[in-house]
Every structure is written in C-alpha cells, then in structure tokens.
Design a protein around this ligand. Sequence first.
Ligand code: SAM
Length: 262
Amino acid sequence: MNARPKKSFGQHFLHEKRYIERIVSSISPKPEDVVVEIGPGEGALTLPLLAAAGKLTAIELDTDLIPDLQARAAAVGELRIVHSDVLKVDFTALARELGAERLRIAGNLPYYISSPILFHCVDHAAAIRDMHFMLQKEVVDRMAAEPGSKVYGRLSVMLQLACRVEPLFTVPPGAFRPPPKVDSAVVRLLPLPAEQRHDADPERVHAIVKAAFAQRRKTLGNALRQLMDAAAIEAAGIDPKARAETLAPLDFVRLAKVPTQA
Ligand code: SAM
C-alpha cells in the first residue's frame, strides 16, 4: 500500500472517501452480478466493490501492485487479479468464462489510454451490461456531446451509437494521489439493447466517422473523398456540403449503408 504512483501507468489513486462511496453507490453491485474492474491499483474501489459483490475480477498491468492487493482482499471476498493490458482482454470471452450473461465493468481508468479502452469496450458492448468509468472531465464532455457542439466528434458518435451515455458527477484533482492536472468525471455507459443497435458494418461506420472528423472543417464531400463520392452521400439523404459536426450519430450509419461501387 502507498507505493510510489507510476506516471507511465497513468496512476492517480483515489483517496477521498466520499467520491469512492459515490462511485460504489452509483454502481450498487449485487452478489449475483459479475463485476470486472479495470486498473484496481491499490484497491480504493476494489475493496468496497468486492465487499458488496462478494466476488470480483480485476485487470491490472502493474505487477508490483498485485501481491499486496491480493493479500488485502483475502478477508473481504473472492478477488481474481488478471495481470494483463486491458486492451488485450477479450471481454466477450471473459463473460463466457465467468458464466455471465453480461459483465458489469468499472474503473478509474488510466487516462493515457482512456479512448482506446472506451473503443475496446464498445467492440464488446453485447457482452456488457453497464460500465462506470472515471475519466478526464473533458473526455466525458466529448462522449456526451450533441451535434453542433464544439466537442462533438468521433468519440461522441462511436459511443452514442453503442451506448446510452450518462455523465454522473465531477471529481476534483485533490481527490487523487498524486492529483491529475485536470478535473475528472464519472460516467455511466449503458450498451443499447440488441433491437436498438444499428445493423451496418461496424468497420465501415468507424472508417467513415474517423475520416469525417479527421478534417472537421471540410465538407463531408471532401473529407470522405477516399471512401465515397458526393452522389453516394446524397443517396444517404445527406448534403455533401454539410460538415461532420452537424450530423446525428445515425446519419453516419446511413452513410455506411450506401452500397459501395464495385
Ligand atoms: N483504481 C485505482 C484507484 O481508483 O485508486 C487506480 C486507478 S489509476 C488512475 C489506473 C490504474 O490502471 C493503475 O492501477 C494502473 O496501474 C492501471 N493500468 C494502467 N494501464 C493499464 C492497462 N493497459 N491495463 C490494465 N491496467 C492498467
């Protein structure tokens, strides 16, 4: 406990009790839930989550933190720590292995890879019931942004196509050791039920969204030039002179569904 936090692993340990309690009560884990924590660190969230759920799987990259956490958890519940980079964990396979219909995932995420972790979870959304994440506040603002907002972009569209995004509350830097330079926020993500998920090719959707926002000041006609021509954009009922930031998430699905020319 109280190891020197490692910058390279994005370690900012949460120590303020009232925020820990707020996160745990937002999650409200039940013994029948299958809970997975990303980056348990010194266990600020792990131990109270474990106390409520009885069992928990945690994924931690820093080997140095594991023995102490494993020892402290012994009296609280059944903690299984997987030593791995979370980006290499197949959540769909993990759900199957743990006998869960869907996982409940939580974590105070390492900020240096927060977007890749979010995209990775979205890829496994069908195997996830909900996610509660601490992130930079600025990232939560982007995730929840609506069309027309300055911060609406690739993250907003990709997240909103897969999940309901519910920002919960802000957490100040002083709640962590060491304090990060920015405000943080806790967000809840609820993967959409199967009947509300889009049926376009996910890779095509992602390629279009990525290209559209890579050059957000350009018109769609220009930004998507490598992927589709103006006629194809019009075929989706969208003006090729429009800019990506004016499109709703489902407009990108319509673009992805326009048949590509042979
Ligand atoms: N949950 C703890 C807390 O709230 O105090 C620690 C949060 S700290 C912001 C992020 C944690 O993620 C650290 O324990 C860090 O070692 C771990 N981590 C960093 N990169 C990771 C990765 N790629 N896969 C899994 N865990 C990672």
